[in-house]
Ligand binder design. Sequence first.
Ligand SMILES: *[C@@H]1O[C@H](CO)[C@@H](O)[C@H](O)[C@H]1NC(C)=O
Ligand SMILES: *[C@@H]1O[C@H](CO)[C@@H](O)[C@H](O)[C@H]1NC(C)=O
Ligand SMILES: *[C@@H]1O[C@H](CO)[C@@H](O)[C@H](O)[C@H]1NC(C)=O
Ligand SMILES: [Zn+2]
Ligand SMILES: [Zn+2]
Length: 467
Amino acid sequence: MFRQKTLLLLILLSVQLSQAFPVPAQEMDTQVVQDYLEKFYQLPRRGLRSQRQNSPSVIVEKLKEMQRFFGLSETGKPDRQTLAVMRKPRCGVPDSGDFMLTPGNPKWEQTNLTYRIIKYTTQLSEADVEEAIKKAFQVWSNASSLTFTKTSQEEADIKIAFVQGDHGDNSPFDGPNGILAHAFQPGQGIGGDAHFDEDEIWTMNSSSYNLFLVAAHEFGHSLGLAHSTDPGALMYPNYAFRDPSTYTLPQDDINGIQAIYGPSNNPIQPTGPSTPTACDPRLTFDAITTLRGEILFFKDKYFWRRHPQLRLVELNFISLFWPSLPDGIQAAYEDVDEDLVFLFKGGQYWALNGYDIKQGYPRDISDYGFPSSVRAIDAAVYYRRKTYFFVNDQIWRYDNQRQSMEPGYPKAIASIFPGIETRVDAVLQQDHVFLFFSGPRYYAFDLGAHRVIRVDRSQRWLNCESQ
Ligand SMILES: *[C@@H]1O[C@H](CO)[C@@H](O)[C@H](O)[C@H]1NC(C)=O
Ligand SMILES: *[C@@H]1O[C@H](CO)[C@@H](O)[C@H](O)[C@H]1NC(C)=O
Ligand SMILES: *[C@@H]1O[C@H](CO)[C@@H](O)[C@H](O)[C@H]1NC(C)=O
Ligand SMILES: [Zn+2]
Ligand SMILES: [Zn+2]
């Protein structure tokens, strides 16, 4: 009895103790920041650094450097956004300075390179690994005069291995997630070699982590490329899923490889997709919706995410959040009463619950009562239990309570919203205002006053004030 009580007391005590002295979240954040800056921004390692290097101002400067690289606000503080980026899976090669071995701008002198797979992963068949690796090299050979030949001879320019933890090159891997892989710049010996963390889950599909995508990135380093700040580039340090079957090398990476090795031998030079820039005055949107207070702006295979309080805008791949969604979402709205967001492309639509796609989608837009002549929707917006759909110069209104299209529709957009004379790309609702985005402008239509009260540049929404 007594012993039991003591035990209970001890348990209670230890519970109370652990509650009274949890590892403060701030301390864990400090650890994350320190590790990240040491690994990727050449912050002197703890224990090695001198008193002077130890000063907080060094950390602030390194933090700002990191924030500049990722296009975050340069606060010099480990704010929520910065920590979120630091926790993303990525490449182990630093974002600045010379990597590990070779200073300068090393390149291969010959263009006919060889590679050898020294150690396979146990998670994929050898045939799958070979296919992914071959295709990853093709990404670069297609855009340059380089050729890559697989060899089983001892001497190969680029040696490929799946390894775990400390593997003898002073750059240990870190177990699942975090650092996925790293590669060395061109050179003798270890130069050009690419290592993949065997503690990751390697796949041939959209689940983490697609070997072809990571390998294509690493081989960029093997050829002499450093990290790019373009979030759409293959050489961006963070992992982002893209459909391998339709993958084309982005323009930023084409420019990079051709700057080192010159143009491709192909008479028609390859071109690749360019990442949209928030401050391009010609910028237009495909679709816009709110999502639990955030605003999402869709454009091609990307979307910008505008945070409510932070006034911060972040560009993401659609496929990073929703691997099963297509690019080029055409319309979107948030049903705030059901707490769902709907996304449209062609005759299909998807429902999101938070950031999760609901089961049973995509569905057909005929659900809403559209005739088969309506093949796609330009824009959609939800207001007071009605959904407004915009198709060419017409508007349809769906009654969400009665779950049917309202009689009398479609009508001319201008007959309901005088002053909106053009086809619209996207509509956003804020309070009692509909914001009609059309080309590079938006029109704010006050539903009370029943007129356009403001016209401005669309890109203002992405914090572009001056252009
Ligand atoms: C690459 O080309 C050079 C010059 O043409 C040749 O000497 C060398 O043997 C070739 N190497 C391979 C691996 O084919
Ligand atoms: C390389 O180019 C060929 C021919 O144009 C194309 O079929 C192939 O899909 C391209 N591969 C990659 C990985 O870009
Ligand atoms: C991806 O492939 C793996 C097998 O390599 C399979 O277990 C997994 O379910 C697949 N995931 C998706 C999303 O298709
Ligand atoms: Zn990298
Ligand atoms: Zn290594």
